[in-house]
Design a protein around this ligand. Structure first.
Ligand code: NAP
Length: 485
């Protein structure tokens, strides 16, 4: 019998008021129920927010380095179970086991990084123009913060929101995605085992529609950090800004990789395969547009298709698998639907394009890694986020044409270029409309210690991760202190 996982409110593992649960299903083997999670509603959400509000003054009064110690301890606990937690993630989300383990390791690194921030919450000391006046700034927590997270990085994203929030002196209510709530549960469990004071972190599961409004409308909530789709993010923005509280939104992408004619084609193809198909293309930073200079278009396509056809698709728990399933039936249908749209719009299917069936494939939501060519910028496949393993390839006449194509989408999350030409590298990094820019690397694969976030319709608000993350979770107070009368 699969385990029943509870909410975590005021330091207690509790059932939701309705006593109803929802199953968490393995997308690679739909016979497997990973666990049952609480189908929380408004009253559970209210209780979680109340608990966070009650705990907040004492948590904020704890010296920041001591708040950081709970993150260090939780990181140790997580590390001791790393292999198991990686498997949990593969079971609930479908990514391959090496990807699952790497993500858990990343969450551990995030806890350690922000544990250290407890002793490093720098602010300014600025000279006064008056005599005997000493001026400085202080960071203060906001209060209670609401964190709403998606299914595709079910450990790293909760970690990169809750760690800076906690070390900044805020208490937290986190609502993970219904499709993959176990990985965030494991983070909360580790904090609980680390002895974090009751109410500092609160975890509730339940449909976004059932808990979302109560969560962001609760008067104790002073900030909302959201990662997910543009649709939900946009609606949250409208709602939350009416209350004039802080909001941070990380949303979709349509990330381009430009390949210039001086590139090593084999290397460029590896960059494209990694960016477009690893994690089944279910990364906000995945490459979904390849923009290739005409002179190398034919030979590069040949290598790219060969490499793509060699990819092993299957259950990510098995060794040697390159790509797991779509996360659920809905995402599978979205992938297949966009494949049909691309064909109708006139794009040419170069490889893939089908659901995989037969044997183990019948038990999960497997789709082939897919490449379309002859894509033009006005096609929907060039403009809309699929969030699956579907790469749209466009041909560019030269560098300027490539930049025009790359900047033609409404999103601006990540972008990359493959070239050995330093002048082009400089021009690219200077002109590309993206928040995350890589050179001779895939569009995905960012590190925890650097700021993360996009531009245009991909993101709103302050950066996450790295040294800038605390800016969102703290506010600045300015002190003018005259030390003689
Ligand atoms: P989603 O459907 O927008 O859901 C994100 C979160 O919002 C989930 O926890 C969801 O709960 C919740 N939610 C849904 N309706 C809500 C409401 N009315 N009020 C409050 N919360 C609500 O996104 P997703 O399908 O999980 O994730 C995929 C999307 O995330 C893609 O667009 C991807 O690009 C984006 N993403 C962006 C980044 C980034 O950093 N830019 C990173 C990762 C993913 P339920 O699960 O219960 O519906």
């Amino acid at each position: 019998m699969p385990e029943i996982f509870r909410n975590y409110i005021a330091g207690q593992w509790v059932e939701c008021q309705s006593k109803k649960t929802v199953p968490n299903i393995n997308p690679a083997d739909t016979d497997e129920i990973v666990g049952y999670f609480q189908a929380s509603g408004p009253e559970d959400t209210q209780a979680a927010c109340d608990a966070a509000a009650k705990a907040q003054p004492a948590w904020a009064a704890l010296p920041a380095p001591r708040r950081g110690e709970y993150l260090f301890k939780a990181a140790e606990i997580l590390e001791s179970h790393l292999a198991k937690l990686g498997e949990d993630m593969t079971r609930e989300e479908g990514k391959t086991l090496p990807e699952g383990k790497a993500e858990v390791k990343r969450a551990i690194n995030i806890f350690r990084y922000f544990g250290g921030e407890g002793a490093r919450q720098f602010s300014y000391q600025i000279p006064s123009e008056r005599e005997n006046v000493f001026c400085y700034t202080m960071r203060k927590p906001l209060g209670v913060v609401a964190l709403i997270t998606p299914w595709n990085f079910p450990s790293a994203i909760p970690a990169w929101k809750m760690a800076p929030a906690l070390v900044g002196g805020n208490t937290v209510v986190i609502k993970p995605a219904s499709l993959a709530p176990l990985s965030a549960y494991r983070l909360v469990e580790a904090l609980h085992e680390a002895g974090i004071p009751a109410g500092a972190i609160n975890y509730i599961t339940g449909g976004g529609g059932a808990v979302g409004n109560t969560l962001v409308d609760h008067p104790a909530i002073r900030a909302v950090s959201f990662t997910g789709s543009c649709e939900v993010g946009g609606a949250l923005y409208d709602r939350v800004t009416k209350r004039r509280i802080r909001v941070q939104l990380e949303m979709g992408g349509k990330n381009p990789t430009i390949v210039l004619k001086d590139s090593d084609l084999n290397y460029a193809a590896d960059v494209l395969v990694n960016g477009a198909f690893f994690s089944t293309g279910q990364k906000c930073t995945a490459c979904s547009r390849a923009i290739i200079e005409r002179a190398i278009y034919e030979p590069l396509m040949k290598i790219l298709v060969e490499k793509t056809r060699k990819m092993k698709v299957g259950n990510g728990l098995e060794p040697g698998i390159d790509m797991g399933p779509a996360v659920d039936q809905g995402q599978l249908e979205t992938d297949l639907n966009y494949i049909e749209i691309a064909k109708k719009d006139g794009a040419k299917l170069l490889c893939g394009g089908h659901r995989l069936t037969g044997g183990i494939y019948d038990k999960g939501y497997f789709v082939e890694p897919t490449i379309f060519t002859d894509v033009t910028p006005e096609m929907r496949i060039a403009q809309e986020e699929v969030f699956g393993p579907v790469l749209a390839v466009m041909v560019a006449n030269d560098f300027d044409d490539a930049m025009r194509l790359a900047n033609s989408a409404r999103f601006g999350l990540s972008a990359s270029i493959v070239t050995r030409d330093l002048t082009r590298v400089y021009q690219f990094t200077n002109q590309i409309q993206a928040g995350l820019i890589t050179v001779n690397l895939p569009t995905a694969g960012v590190e925890y210690q650097l700021p993360f976030g996009g531009t245009k319709e991909s993101s709103f608000g302050m950066r996450e991760q790295g040294p800038l993350a605390l800016d969102f979770y703290t506010e600045t107070r300015t002190v003018y202190l005259k030390y003689t009368q």
